[in-house]
Design a protein around this ligand. Structure first.
Ligand SMILES: [Zn+2]
Length: 132
């Protein structure tokens, strides 16, 4: 299922982002929400709200499905991907926030409902989008 050999870079799992990474290990997608203005952030912004700049932030669990708002096919995949592989990248709407990720189905379409799954690559658990 996963045409990725490895990820050629190291992702730092800092104290600030550990809730996000722990969620990925458990098959959950976390982000943050401001307790003052209710703004939902994606990617997570666990220190300051990027709308009102307050620091009263909570972690929230995002839904594991959404609708594609756009997609593209990349026929020259980046390092770490096997040759002859077409990378399909989609953006889905999750609680009105755009979330970008790799699509592992054959037929991306704008407005298509997709689900979020998690795959393990080296020591990382990462999310991908697939058909419902
Ligand atoms: Zn705010």
């Amino acid at each position: 299922m996963v045409p990725i050999d490895s990820i050629p870079y190291h992702i730092e799992k800092s104290e600030v982002s550990k809730t996000f990474w722990k969620g990925m290990e458990e098959g959950k997608l976390f982000s943050t929400q401001c307790n003052k203005c209710q703004e939902i952030h994606y990617p997570p912004s666990p220190i300051l709200c990027n709308k009102c700049l307050k620091s009263d932030i909570s972690w929230i669990e995002l839904p594991l499905s959404g609708y594609t708002s756009t997609y593209t096919r990349v026929n020259l995949p980046p390092s770490g991907f096997k040759e002859q592989y077409t990378l399909i990248v989609v953006i889905i709407d999750l609680l009105d926030k755009p979330v970008l990720g790799r699509y592992i189905g054959d037929n991306p379409e704008i407005g298509k409902r997709v689900k979020i799954e998690f795959e393990r690559i080296n020591d990382l658990s990462l999310f991908v989008f697939s058909d419902m």
